[in-house]
Design a protein around this ligand. Structure first.
Ligand code: HEM
Length: 503
């Protein structure tokens, strides 16, 4: 009996030591932060899916108003939450070479080489080639396809509201997001409108439900790469490879100009090995082999970023427009005015003139940044500006866009929806890092302008036909679901769509 007791105590002591061994990290550096719990660190509510990680970062940010940085533990991994905007600037822009990666590495055969999670070498090569689909000329060339997809969306809304004007906004906008990204970037017509149990909805669940592989990596850093494990289920990589197969067949018959990511990707695969080129004199040229796994990773990012963000953005914008009829009125007024000025014709140039619509986009992104954090891995030891300790290589830093963008120091009355905050005069008064929904610096979001275009076209088409109002089922306040990767609403967002021609 005693021997079992001894074994039990030994195992217990070993596990206790192992799952608390890092917990002196921040104290030793005199960095303030919450007390960690063995095994979970400060992540217990995230682990049990009681709180979205984005909400946790925001709460921790608010608990330490006088600190520039807060030391926390994601499970047993020490992580530094940056509060100070000058440090945000140092990390994302000024000293970017010290913080080139995001520090999330997993199986390269299972989407791990996607541009968002790729290491800096792969990033430099891919970014050089993939940026070509987002030049002003290419975006302009996307306008008509996006506009025709938005027309289809409006027809869907017209039919859906014939009997009942109330719409469950997010699933509706997801259809537009999927339809527009698959057509514009992959040339594939998936028609998500005609099937309520569409494969894209199943995929959405598979992509957006957080798995426990991240927690595993945080407890045993390096385990995912070592055992070829991924953050995402295997069927998603399979889906992305199918898109490449279909795209290859379509490309062989269509031979279109390469406005789409799929054509750029197939072109890279044809070359086999591609390089980063030399941006500056003396810079080392980097090379990489473009395999089907690399292509699948990029399809994944473009597909996911293209519909996931867009559908949430559309939903949140509609919600705040319904809650703020004066803002909605002003936006509709601008849309009508600009279209009238252009003889009723909606074009890329007309969209560019809709400044208030752009402010609605910015304010929606401020209130709901969608991403839970912008993270960076320390590539070389460095001291952060205004701190007195050295951050070691491989430390992880996180920035919380939600917390910064709801801090009344930068945005008075942060819970109020006020697009005027983003007028040119008001924006220039703020710290340039007070808006980080798209990240900043050399690794900022590649698709920002595409996201603006996709949103702008959709809004103009929808609000040329409808006004939006709250219904009896509209939630009073939006809370975020811990069961989704992006900052997504816990509740369905029901709104009433009223046709403008019947008013
Ligand atoms: C509202 C829409 C979107 C939001 C809020 C968003 C947000 C972000 C954020 C926060 C990052 C990380 C930036 C950083 O670490 O500094 C990022 C990276 C990225 N986004 Fe987006 N994104 C959006 C739309 C898109 C779209 C439509 C695409 C492509 C179709 C896209 C492609 C990418 C790529 C490729 C990266 C990785 C860039 C790199 O590491 O070099 N995003 N995005």
């Amino acid at each position: 009996m005693f021997i079992y007791f001894l074994i039990f105590i030994t195992i217990f002591c070993f596990l206790y030591y192992f799952f608390t061994r890092t917990f002196n990290h921040w104290k030793a550096r005199h960095v303030k932060g919450p007390t960690p719990i063995p095994f979970f660190g400060n992540f217990i509510d995230v682990f049990f899916r009681r709180k979205h990680v984005g909400v946790l970062y925001s709460e921790l940010y608010n608990q330490y108003p006088d600190e520039k940085v807060v030391g926390l533990y994601r499970m047993t991994s020490p992580t530094l939450l940056i509060r100070d905007l000058d440090i945000v600037k140092q990390v994302l822009i000024k000293d970017f070479d010290y913080f080139p990666d995001r520090g999330v590495y997993y199986s390269k055969k299972q989407l791990g080489d996607n541009l968002v999670h790729a290491d800096v070498r792969v990033m430099k090569v891919l970014r050089k080639h993939l940026s070509s689909v987002f030049t002003a000329g290419k975006l302009k060339a996307n306008f008509e396809v996006l506009a025709s997809r938005a027309d289809k969306f409006v027809r869907y809304l017209e039919n859906a509201t014939l009997k009942d004007s109330e719409v469950n906004t997010l699933p509706a906008f997801r259809k537009f997001g999927i339809d527009s990204i698959t057509m514009v970037q992959f040339g594939i017509d998936v028609d998500p409108y005609n099937d309520n149990k569409h494969v894209c909805d199943l995929l959405d669940k598979a992509i957006q439900t957080p798995t426990y592989f991240l927690e595993l990596e945080l407890l045993f850093p390096g385990i995912l790469l070592k055992f070829n494990l991924s953050l995402f289920p295997a069927n998603i990589a399979k889906f992305c490879k199918n898109i490449i197969d279909i795209g290859t067949k379509l490309e062989a018959v269509s031979k279109t100009d390469s406005n789409r990511i799929i054509e750029v990707l197939i072109g890279l695969r044809r070359q086999g090995n591609v390089s980063s080129g030399k941006v500056t004199e003396g810079e080392k040229e980097l090379w990489m082999e473009v395999t089907d796994d690399v292509l699948a990773g990029q399809v994944f990012v473009f597909y996911f970023a293209g519909y996931g963000n867009n559908s949430l953005l559309g939903t949140y914008a509609m919600y705040h427009l319904a809650k703020n009829p004066d803002v909605q009125e002003k936006m509709i007024h601008e849309i009508d005015d600009v279209l009238r000025k252009h003889g009723g014709k909606f074009s890329y140039e007309a969209l560019k003139e809709m400044k208030y619509l752009q402010m609605v986009f910015d304010e929606t992104m401020r209130m709901h940044p969608l991403t839970n954090s912008v993270s960076r891995n320390v590539g070389r030891d460095i001291q952060l500006d205004g701190t007195d300790f050295v951050l070691k290589k491989n430390s992880i830093l996180v920035i919380s866009p939600y917390a910064i963008q709801h801090d009344e120091k930068y945005y008075p009355e942060p819970e109020e929806f006020k697009p005027e905050r983003f007028s040119a005069e008001n924006a220039k008064e703020r710290h340039p890092c007070a808006m980080v929904s798209f990240g900043l610096g050399p690794r900022r979001c590649l698709g920002t302008r595409f996201a603006q275009l996709q949103f702008g076209i959709c809004m103009v088409k929808v609000f040329s036909k409808f006004r939006v109002e709250c219904s009896k089922n509209t939630v009073e306040k939006i809370t975020y679901s811990p069961m989704r990767l992006l900052l997504s609403p816990s509740e369905d967002i029901y709104l009433r769509l009223v046709r403008r021609d019947t008013l």
